[in-house]
Design a protein around this ligand. Structure first.
Ligand SMILES: Nc1nc2c(c(=O)[nH]1)N[C@H]1C(S)=C(S)[C@@H](COP(=O)(O)O)O[C@H]1N2
Ligand SMILES: [Mo]
Length: 351
């Protein structure tokens, strides 16, 4: 990967930090290590005056304060969240946007009110088909001024694990993660989980907002209408073993047994297999999976590598889910640089 990134891309990368891959060790990612993606600015929110409105195709529109939401029944969901652009910087031709390598992921426990309870309370009308979530943040993308908005189809919005979350890992949301309230849609790429919620609008026809029609589509060309980016494709990542070189981050390990460990996730179905290669993808062997603890959280894995011969190696890992989704040797290129889940490659020198 030699393509230079511009100062604009560096500016994005400096604002939107990733999770250092050694943090794959923590079963739950500490909030400060979870990746971050903010299209515009973190909005200025006065929590005492903040309210959430629930409106349009509902019989009983609602205006709820944070205290109102905290009074309602709550639920905890642990979920691996990943940005749809994770892996983008490895693509050729180069795609200009947030230049993620592989670190746009985190696994957090979110607490909040199931969205379904609020929609039931507001009494969704019979002609409703989608629910639109609007954030407090505003900005301009490709000349279009907008609030950050995404929608969900009604049947997904009514599933139990979709939350209006006010806590992350047992503490109030941090400003950068959506304080005071965000949507959490487990299994879907991060763009779906709208932060800094201001309103929820139930609508009677499919939403045509910028983040659905212009962004977050798999498209081969500008003319191509493409298909929407939805659930998270499977991926396994490893904690890079040994010690890094400061500049290149290439690894050095002493000869002998080397324990490789990491995590794997998929938004389509539970992870069923992780494989490791120590010869740059020529041959693969099964890793040992940790028990499946939660439906949406990442799954741990480990592999004992007999690194007896000094030399240069490229380590890789790849995951499969119960629905048969796999990580391809090389994921398909697309205009937005989404879902590049080609296997991770880690250069290691055994000394
Ligand atoms: N309001 C709002 N919600 C948002 C975004 C945003 O820019 N504004 N970014 C989205 C994207 S692209 C991702 S990947 C996730 C990132 O969530 P995190 O920063 O809490 O990890 O938030 C999503 N929700
Ligand atoms: Mo994202």
């Amino acid at each position: 990967m030699d393509a230079a990134i511009s100062q604009d891309e560096l500016q994005l990368a400096a604002r939107n930090h990733g999770m250092p891959l050694e943090a794959l060790r923590y079963p739950i990612t500490p909030a400060g290590l979870h990746y971050l993606l903010i299209h515009y600015d973190i909005p200025d929110v006065d929590a005492d005056r903040w309210t959430l409105s629930v409106e349009e195709r509902v019989a009983k529109p609602l205006t709820l304060s944070l205290a109102d939401l905290r009074e309602r029944p709550s639920r905890e969901v642990t979920a691996a969240m990943e940005c749809a652009g994770n892996g983008r910087a490895f693509l050729a031709p180069h795609v200009v946007s947030q230049p993620w390598l592989l670190e746009a992921v985190g696994n957090a426990t979110w607490t909040g009110v199931p969205l379904r309870l609020i929609l039931e309370e507001a009494k969704v009308l019979d002609d409703a088909v989608e629910v639109v979530f609007t954030g407090l943040d505003r900005g301009i993308e490709k000349g279009v001024e907008q609030s950050y908005q995404r929608s969900l189809e009604l049947d997904l919005a009514l599933t139990d694990d979709v939350l209006l979350a006010y806590e992350m890992n047992g503490a109030p949301l941090l400003p950068q993660h959506g304080f005071p309230l965000r949507l959490l849609v487990p299994g879907w790429y991060g763009m779906t989980s709208v932060k800094w919620l201001a309103s929820i609008s139930v609508i009677a026809k499919p939403f045509q907002g910028y983040q659905h029609t212009a962004a977050y589509r798999y498209r081969g060309t500008e003319e191509d209408e493409g298909t929407p980016v939805t659930r998270i494709q499977p991926r396994a990542l490893m904690v890079p073993p040994g010690i890094p070189d400061f500049n290149t981050r290439e690894r050095t390990v002493p000869a002998g047994l080397c324990l490789l460990e990491g995590r794997a996730w998929s938004g389509w179905a539970p992870i069923s297999r992780v494989e490791v290669s120590t010869d740059d993808g020529e041959t693969w062997a099964d890793a040992e999976l940790e028990p499946l603890e939660t439906r949406w959280g990442w799954r741990g894995w480990r592999f004992e590598w007999a690194a007896d011969e000094p030399g240069e190696y490229v380590l890789c890992c790849r995951a499969q889910d119960e629905a048969g989704n796999v990580q391809p040797d090389e994921a398909a290129w697309n205009l937005g640089g989404y879902s590049n889940n080609s296997p991770q490659r880690v250069r290691v020198t055994v000394e």
